[in-house]
Design a protein around this ligand. Sequence first.
Ligand SMILES: [Zn+2]
Length: 291
Amino acid sequence: MNRESAPQESDPMEVLETLSDESYTGVNRCWPCTVLNLGLVGLLALFLRARKRSLLSLLVAVVGVAVVYLRGYLVPYTPEFAPRLVAISPVPDEWFHGESAHDAATQEAMAHEERDSLAEDVELDGETILRELSAAGVIELEGERLFPEASVDTAWHDRMDELAAESLDSLSTTLQASLEQVGHAEPYVDDAEWVVLGSEHKQLLPRPVVVAELAAYEVLGERLDDEGLRIAGAEAFRMFLDSCPVCGSELVESSSVSCCGGHLGPRQDPDETLVCPTCEQRLYTFELDDN
Ligand SMILES: [Zn+2]
């Protein structure tokens, strides 16, 4: 057989390009799915190694990683089969999507309005908030950067740890008790965890945001008299987060991430954001049009 002119064989690079799927790679890459698939590749490779199939193991590892890199998935329809896998695995549910999460997320986002912060009704501009917080000694300027004052920072993180340990149910109850003006608050779970505010006009607030803001709101209560400033300050404190208050993942800087379609929002402006890759929730949005 003449190897040079085998017409049936495709060029390897062409195969790779055909495999590449932009809807699940690049900025659209779904990290939970990527991690899940890389994990499966690793398990399969280890399994083959254990069976003394070293060469096949290496091949699986190389091809598997390449395909996940190019397509976002190794295994087609990961969102569909993941729930069944989760049912028999000891891995936390949140690592995966519910069924058809990529569509469901979008639908949910339309059914409920997402809310950015507890502070939505507060009309204070960013500059005023930071000036007032600074005047109250709650935040400090170090060189060019702002930091929470050390004892405030410690109290805030301690309280976040406590709130993160609460179930979503009791977090909702705590929120309602501490911040009466939010009205009714109840837990809501799709492929991410939320607290729903309001009874008629429902608004979704990501669980990590509730933990961060409620903790800051409570801690700031000891330092600030003005209720509006306290709520606005609680929101501002989220910019000081470097890890997710719920799962501890390091936050990723991103711009208008659209992982899994819905939550991080295709309708979102392309502002710089801090995102928890594990919870798939946006923790902070740096408004670029502030000037
Ligand atoms: Zn998280």
